[in-house]
Every structure is written in C-alpha cells, then in structure tokens.
Ligand binder design. Structure first.
Ligand code: ZN
Ligand code: ZN
Length: 365
C-alpha cells in the first residue's frame, strides 16, 4: 500500500518514502527494506506499484552474475500501477491513470538513437536502468526497481495502460513482452514463416504467442519434455528436446533464443534455412558463453545472427497495445511479496511453470 505521506512528499518537493524488498549482497535473501526515491520533478509521475513481475535478469543482477551489483538492491523492471501524482509539466498522464515501467527510466533524449526512440542504445551512455544503475540525472544515486510500493519516473519512460487492462498480466509484458516482440518485428515475421523458439520460460512463451499471432508456424526447443503439453496447448506445432536438434537442420526462417544459461549457439544456427535469421535475447551469466567456431560459421549459408535488447519506448507502447488488442498475455502466477525467495529458488531450479508476478498489495504496511 502507498504510504499516506507520499502525496504530501510529492506536493512539497520532498524525497518520496518507499518500501519494498531488497538483498544486501549477492548471497543474501530478500528482506523488507525502506528507502527513498528522488523528488517528483516537473516531468515526473509518481506511480503506486500494484504488480511487479520477476524476470530472470533480476536473479542474475541480484546475484552479481553479470557484473558487481549495487547493494542494497531492489530489483524489478516489470512494473504496473496507478498514477497518484504528476509533476507540473506532465501532459501524458493524469492522476488515476494506469501506467507501466519497463527496463529503463531515462536517457539523454538528444542523440540519434534517443530521437529514433531507441533509448536502450543511447549513444551518450545515459540510458538509466530501472534498478542496479547509477542515475546520472539524479546525482548518480542508485536506482531501485519494482519490488516496492512506488516509483517516480519521467513521463516519457512510462507506458500508458488502459483502465480495463489486467495489470498483473501487463507487468511482465514490459520486459518479457517487448524483448520478444521487438526482434519478431525487426525480422519482419509473417504468415507461413517457420519460427523456432529456443528456451521456454517467460520469454519463450511470449515469443511463441506473438509469432503465432503474426501467422508463423512455431516450434519450441527445450531441455526436456516437461513443458511439451503446455507448448502444444499454446499453439506450438512441435517441441523438440535439445538432443534431437540434429534431425531438424536447415528448416527454420527465424529462431529466437531466450536461453539464459550456457549453450552452443551453433546448434541453433544449424537449424536455419539459407538466409535465415537468429535473434539472441537470453543472457547467460558472464563467462558462461561458448566460443563460436569461426570455421563452422563460415560454412553456414548466409545466415544472420543478431542480439536484441528490449525495445524503445515507442515500440514498447506499440507492443502493449498489440498485446491488449489481441489478448496476448503472459502465463502468470501471482505471489506475495514475502514469497520472492521461493520464486527465485524455483526459477533457478527450472521448477517455475509461469512468470511470477508479485502482488504489491501484499506488502505489510
Ligand atoms: Zn527482464
Ligand atoms: Zn541518447
């Protein structure tokens, strides 16, 4: 629940009190944590967070698996909630509107990438991540994410959410949705394309749903058959376990890899047709990538492999509108804030069936 004092703080230009769940170091478990956020600027909105999704990136960050994290750390970049205060120059939102926040909360706004709404590639290095990042627009103070009761964000980086949208489903779209939607659009997936989805967690499920909506015939590649029925129920044509990949070489127009652990990209590049494309969106821990054999790559037939990082704000809004129009939602399981540690365990062990979404109403006041 939002603290009563937050509205006073917003109106009087004071720092905004917040509470959530944080880890104090990379080996810690989540515990309740009180902190403050920067004051409401004239272009900022204050959002009462109602739901926050748990992304695999949160786990890598909390455990310093990519780089040394900034602690205490409040992860969470799949945020949906209600606008409770707006700065004097805000025009996109009114109090009472619903809003979402994804992986970024600011950028320079002036470089070519920002002007093209590819803020995630800000050429001045000023893209500010939602958590575990120094905020260069606010004296380099650390950013805190969505496992909390509120967030203050520039209106430019908030996504408009219609009032009748299911907020618990909207939250994960802001990372898992855009991360998979963006490369499918970039590679212009169309009716009849043969698409492969490698890795079938939160991202893989979204990739499958979007690709089917775009008219593609979709196969899923997974470590085992645990999720086969689920994949078929959601419209996949087939699920191939990773030991069977040699039998389906050169069949696919496009493959999206959402795998967040160590694997050999060549085993998937082999599955592309001549001229096929592969987008990599999954991020294994640093030091766990496999070196690509250049000779094997040269003998591939004009295939393109590229990395894709979330999507810009304009495309994120487009993704959300597309998802709501076609009712494409993540498969979610709502948990309480005091169940975050359990969720991390299950995600790490591969036991999580769906995207965990924290009901922030469960934070004790
Ligand atoms: Zn994420
Ligand atoms: Zn920029």
């Amino acid at each position: 629940m939002l603290l009563k004092s937050n509205l006073d703080e917003a109106q009087t230009g004071k720092r905004i009190s917040a509470k959530g769940y944080a880890v104090a170091n990379k080996d810690d478990t989540f515990k309740p944590f009180s902190f403050t956020r920067h004051a409401l600027g004239e272009n900022d909105i204050l959002i009462e967070i109602l739901y926050a999704g748990i992304c695999h990136s949160d786990i890598h960050s909390a455990r310093s698996e990519w780089h040394e994290g900034i602690y205490p750390m409040v992860p969470g970049h799949e945020i949906a909630g209600k606008v409770v205060a707006v700065g004097s120059k805000v025009s996109k939102f009114q109090v009472g509107d619903y809003a979402g926040v994804g992986c970024m909360v600011n950028s320079c706004g002036e470089c070519a990438a920002c002007k093209a709404s590819n803020e995630q590639f800000c050429e001045n290095g000023k893209m500010v991540l939602t958590y575990d990042c120094k905020d260069c627009f606010h004296n380099d103070e650390p950013t805190f994410g969505g496992y909390s009761n509120n967030i203050v964000v520039s209106e430019k980086f908030a996504i408009k959410v219609p009032k009748d949208a299911p907020l618990d489903k909207v939250a994960p779209l802001l990372c898992a949705g855009i991360t998979t939607y963006s490369p499918l659009k970039f590679s212009k997936i169309k009716k009849g394309d043969k698409v492969g989805v490698a890795g079938f967690g939160g991202l893989g499920v979204m990739a499958l749903k979007y690709a089917i909506k775009m008219g593609a015939e979709v196969s899923v590649f997974a470590r085992n058959e645990n999720k086969k029925q689920e994949a078929l129920r959601l419209g996949a044509k087939a699920l191939y376990t990773t030991d069977k990949l040699d039998s389906i070489k050169e069949r696919f127009d496009f493959i999206i890899s959402t795998i967040p652990t160590r694997y050999d990209p060549m085993s998937y590049i082999n599955l592309l047709k001549n001229g096929g494309e592969m987008a990599i969106v999954g991020l294994p821990p640093s030091g766990e990538s496999i070196e690509t054999d250049m000779t094997r790559l040269v003998f591939q037939a004009n295939k393109k492999v590229y990395g894709s990082l979330i999507g810009g704000i304009k495309e994120t809004q487009e993704m959300l509108d597309f998802s709501l129009e076609h009712r494409i939602y993540p498969e979610t399981e709502i948990i309480r804030a005091d169940e975050i540690n359990m969720a991390y365990e299950n995600l790490t062990n591969g036991k999580a069936k769906f995207r965990y979404v924290i009901d922030m109403g469960s934070l004790e006041s």
